[in-house]
Design a protein around this ligand. Structure first.
Ligand code: ADP
Length: 182
């Protein structure tokens, strides 16, 4: 499935380029130094402009599993939440917990800023090498779990860059919703 409701929040899966999404915040798959780098981070910094990089430099080091918030610069989104996911090291170096923590920290920051909508990329599954299926499971379970508690978020989206990633997230969402009905 591509859409479900958890409590009062709509959870959606879409295919696309996250830099074009006009939600209150988009999430960046950042590194600990909050440097632009490649992948989705490079695209966000290119589209958003130097103001994001300047703010990132002021924030500085952000540990894996945590997140920081900056303006959206020239992006259609008002804010960028820079979430640091883990580098995949085989799966027994705490990767699932760190990935879950990156999603939770982002959602918490969004709520702390009173935001209503947030869009996530598939954190850690590009350059950081986290296999897509287990990453999708952590992402979807963590977000659903968070939304079961009090939140002001009305709309949460996963914006998957490829059709293949979207298909994987759809399959995982089907399974998670069957096992833990919303
Ligand atoms: P990480 O270093 O956390 O693995 P990457 O940016 O390398 O981050 O990849 C994370 C995911 O973001 C990958 O699935 C990649 O295909 C995807 N991605 C890359 N560019 C974009 C974009 N413009 N919009 C949405 N997702 C993107």
């Amino acid at each position: 499935m591509r859409e479900t409701t958890v409590g009062t929040t709509r959870l959606r899966l879409v295919q696309g380029d996250i830099t074009r999404i006009a939600s209150d915040a988009i999430v960046n798959a950042a590194n600990e130094e909050l440097w632009p780098g490649g992948g989705v981070s490079g695209a966000i910094h290119r589209a958003g402009g130097m103001i994001i990089e300047d703010e990132c430099r002021r924030i500085g080091h952000t540990p894996t599993g945590q997140a920081a918030i900056t303006t959206g610069g020239r992006l259609p989104a008002r804010y960028v939440i820079h979430a640091v996911g883990p580098i995949w090291k085989g799966g027994s170096a705490g990767e699932p917990e760190l990935l879950a923590s990156a999603y939770r920290s982002s959602l918490r920051l969004a709520d702390e800023h009173g935001l209503k909508s947030i869009a996530f990329p598939s954190i850690s599954t590009g350059i950081y090498g986290y296999p897509i299926e287990p990453a999708a499971k952590v992402a979807i379970e963590t977000v659903i779990d968070y939304l079961r508690n009090e939140t002001g978020l009305a709309d949460v989206a996963f914006v998957l860059f490829s059709d293949g990633d979207l298909a994987t997230y759809e399959t995982v969402l089907d399974v998670v919703v069957q096992v833990f009905p919303a």
